[in-house]
Design a protein around this ligand. Structure first.
Ligand code: SME
Length: 332
C-alpha cells in the first residue's frame, strides 16, 4: 500500500472540509474501499469519559465503549496503537461483528490528549502488520493536524415570550440590535395548529406568543428578558392592558436550564424590589405555531390600526415611561 497516495487523499478531504463528521465519514469509506480484506473501518470519539461511535463504514457497531475496555478502550486509555492479530486471544475484545478476526486501533489526539480512535477490522487473521500500521498512523497524523472537532454553534437562537397581544409586543423587539426576526404565534397549549380565532376565543390553552430570533454574539436572552419585562405589566395575572383572558397572560417559555435560571432569577429580583409577586409563568418550551400571515409584522402592515390599539390599550403610556427611564426620547 502506498502511504503517500492515501495520505494525499485524506489531506484533500480535510482541505475541502475539516469538520470531523464529513471528514471521518469519507476517511472511513476510503480505507474500507482501498484496503483489501476489511469488514469495518471507522472512528470512536471520546465524550463524557467514554468512547462513542462516530462515522464508519461497515456493519452497525456498538455505540459506547468504556475507557480501558475492548481494543478501542485499551488503545485510548493507554494512548498507544494496539494491533490484535487474533481477536479470540485478546481478553475483553468486543465483538461487534462476529466475522472480525483481527483489528488495529490508533489513538487520535487534539490539544495533547486522546480525543478519538481510528478502528479498522478484518475478517482475516493477522491482517495488520508494520506496513498497515505505518500507513494508518500517517493518516491519523494528517487528521490530528487538520480536523476540527467542535460542533458548529447555531448562529441564531430563539427566545419565546408571551406578552399579551402579539401585534403590540412585536415592534418592541424587532429593532433591537442582534434580533433578526420576530414572529407572532401561539405556545403553551397542547392543541395542534391553533387558529387566531381559536386562541382569542379561548378554545385552546395557548397564549399569544412571540418568537424572537437573535444572534447570541450581539444580544442575550437576559437582555431580551429585560426588554420583555419593561414592556408588559408583570403583575397583571388576568391579561395585558385591554386584552383580557388567559391567552393574553404572561409567560417565558424556556429552551434550556440556563434560560429557566435566568428567568427565575430576574423574576425573584423583581419581586424583591417591588414587594409583589410577578404574574409571569416560567414554563418549558414545547411548541410554537406560527400565526396567520395577517398577524405577522402587524405594526408595519397596519400602522394606523396598530397606533390606535397601542393608544387604546394603554401600552403607549407604558412604553413611553419605559423609554424615558432608559434615556430614550419617547417622541422620536
Ligand atoms: N472490537 C472493538 C469494538 C468496536 S468494533 O470493532 C467496530 C473493540 O474491542 O474495542
Amino acid at each position: 500500500m502506498d502511504h503517500s497516495i492515501l495520505t494525499a487523499q485524506v489531506l484533500g478531504f480535510a482541505e475541502a472540509e475539516p469538520w470531523y463528521v464529513p471528514l471521518f465519514a469519507n476517511v472511513s469509506a476510503l480505507l474500507y474501499e482501498t484496503m483489501p480484506d476489511l469488514n469495518w473501518a471507522g472512528f470512536y470519539l471520546l465524550r463524557d469519559g467514554r468512547l462513542v461511535l462516530g462515522p464508519f463504514h461497515g456493519r452497525p457497531a456498538c455505540i459506547h465503549i468504556q475507557m480501558g475496555k475492548g481494543v478501542c478502550g485499551t488503545a485510548a486509555a493507554e494512548d498507544r496503537t494496539v494491533i490484535v492479530p487474533d481477536v479470540h486471544r485478546f481478553p475483553g475484545h468486543i465483538a461487534c461483528d462476529s466475522a472480525s478476526m483481527s483489528e488495529i486501533v490508533i489513538p487520535i489526539h487534539a490539544g495533547g490528549a486522546v480525543v478519538a480512535v481510528l478502528d479498522v477490522d478484518s475478517p482475516v487473521a493477522d491482517r495488520f502488520g508494520k506496513e498497515e500500521r505505518l500507513s494508518l498512523e500517517a493518516v491519523v497524523r494528517v487528521l490530528e493536524e487538520k480536523t476540527v472537532f467542535t460542533n458548529p454553534e447555531p448562529v441564531c437562537r430563539n427566545a419565546y415570550f408571551a406578552g399579551g397581544c402579539f401585534w403590540c409586543i412585536t415592534p418592541v423587539f424587532a429593532e433591537l440590535p442582534g434580533v433578526s426576526r420576530v414572529l407572532s404565534g401561539y405556545s403553551g397549549g397542547r392543541e395542534v395548529r391553533p387558529s387566531y380565532e381559536d386562541v382569542k376565543g379561548r378554545r385552546t390553552h395557548h397564549r399569544e406568543t412571540v418568537r424572537i430570533t437573535y444572534d447570541p454574539n450581539e444580544t442575550s436572552f437576559e437582555q431580551l428578558l429585560d426588554v420583555f419585562l419593561q414592556n408588559v405589566d408583570p403583575f397583571d395575572a388576568e391579561g395585558q392592558f385591554i386584552d383580557r383572558g388567559a391567552s393574553y397572560t404572561l409567560a417565558v417559555y424556556y429552551t434550556s436550564p440556563a434560560e429557566k435560571r435566568a428567568a427565575e432569577r430576574r423574576l425573584a429580583a423583581l419581586e424583591l424590589s417591588s414587594g409583589s409577586a410577578p404574574a409571569v409563568s416560567v414554563e418549558p418550551f414545547a411548541a410554537f405555531y406560527e400565526a396567520e400571515e395577517e398577524h405577522q409584522d402587524y405594526y408595519l402592515k397596519n400602522p394606523e390600526a396598530f397606533a390606535a390599539e397601542m393608544d387604546a390599550s394603554g401600552r403607549n403610556a407604558r412604553f413611553n415611561a419605559a423609554r424615558r427611564t432608559s434615556g430614550e426620547d419617547p417622541e422620536t
